[in-house]
Design a protein around this ligand. Structure first.
Ligand code: ADP
Length: 356
């Protein structure tokens, strides 16, 4: 039975009127008309009294409290939705469930905040450590020069070059940190338009060719006709730059770095493959974390900031896609991601084609 103020009023009213009538019945000289009148009078007055008390002093306040919880619980769980129509259950049960769901939400929020706080502390410690290393190195070289090494021409130029290298590393690190934080805070929005994947890869090759030549690395990509995909061309350029420069960085002399395209019905999968160091299985899932390096000293010695793949991951997430990595230590690694094919070509590109 539905338990509301009317039902409770009727029940108590019936109880009181039955007891009152029974007492009157025991008294001599009271006829049936008086008994009946007493019964209905006590029933109606008790009913109205109980109803008024419950409705205005009790249920209405409970409803108000419940509405308050509904507003606070903006997660609006199904329990809350089911209860807020106010006709289903005992209002005390209702408020009990509201408090329970509110406490559960708060518990979840507190756990999330604690996690974020730990993450923030770790991140601050990592950033400070990463910044400290190149600053200390440059500081050391400059002080040694000031302490007299500046007189020796050979030492002077060697130390200045080393200080400059440390400061260049610092510049790259700060730049990567800024990019990462801008992507995370949504300051950098992905500008998704059709663009030519092949041209982007060519630009990356032009930029990194010298590094590959220096290490005698065979550097190639599968030549194809123009491939148009949907994405933010500038950000995808950054993705290729990070992947290919990693491939060159972590591949020994005379190795190979290649890019393949696999055309499917509605998307194009691109793979950057190298014959480098490879990544141990236990590290594969962690290389996209900020500052995670398989071999810390090797990465730093090669000028790595430990942020390249974290940036790649965020950019790909902005394109609703993700990276797949396969790797074998001593054999090499493959990084594969897909982009949606573009149905249209960019207007400027079409014009160029017509001009030719
Ligand atoms: P880093 O600046 O150190 O290169 P990344 O975020 O780009 O930072 O990469 C994280 C780590 O993943 C690297 O330190 C390296 O250990 C590993 N890694 C990335 N790419 C490759 C690759 N192509 N071959 C082997 N290891 C790689």
């Amino acid at each position: 039975m539905e338990l509301n103020s009317r039902a409770i009023g009727l029940l108590i009213g019936l109880l009181v009127s039955v007891i009152t009538t029974a007492f009157l019945f025991l008294i001599d000289g009271i006829n049936n008309t008086i008994l009946l009148t007493a019964f209905f009078l006590s029933l109606s007055s008790t009913y109205i009294l109980v109803w008024l008390v419950l409705e205005f002093l009790f249920f209405r306040h409970i409803d108000n409290i419940s509405e308050g919880f509904d507003k606070i619980n903006n997660t609006e769980s199904q329990i809350t939705d089911g209860l807020s129509n106010g006709t289903l259950l005992n209002p005390l049960k209702k408020i009990n469930k509201e408090i329970f769901s509110y406490a559960e939400n708060k518990q979840r929020e507190i756990a999330e905040l604690k996690k974020m706080e730990i993450f923030r502390r770790e991140f601050m410690a990592d950033v400070s450590h990463e910044l400290k290393t190149p600053i200390f190195a440059a500081q050391g070289f400059v002080h040694t020069l000031l302490d007299g090494a500046i007189e020796d021409k050979k030492v002077r130029s060697k130390f200045l070059k080393k200080a400059a290298k440390s400061l260049d590393g610092l510049d790259i690190l700060v730049h990567d940190l800024l990019t990462l934080s801008q992507i995370e805070t949504g300051e950098i929005k992905m500008h998704i338009v059709p663009f030519n994947l092949i041209r982007t890869v060519e630009d990356v090759f032009d930029q990194l060719e010298n590094k590959a030549i220096k290490k005698d690395i065979a550097f190639s990509y599968q030549k194809k006709e123009d491939l148009y995909v949907l994405g933010d061309q500038r950000r995808m350029y950054q993705v290729f730059l990070n992947l290919v420069s990693n491939a060159i960085k972590y591949t020994n002399k005379k190795g190979e770095v290649t890019i393949h395209f696999d055309e499917k019905d509605d998307h194009i999968a691109t793979t950057v493959k190298d014959t480098g160091d490879g990544i141990p299985d236990k590290d594969i899932n962690r290389i996209f974390e900020r500052f995670y390096r398989v071999d810390k000293s090797r990465s730093k010695e090669k000028g790595g900031t430990g942020l390249g793949l974290a940036i790649v991951k965020h950019i790909l997430e902005g394109h609703n896609t993700k990276m797949e990595v396969t790797s074998e230590v001593g054999v090499g690694s493959s990084f594969t991601f897909s982009l949606q094919k573009a149905k249209d070509r960019p207007i400027e590109e079409d014009e160029e084609l017509y001009d030719e």
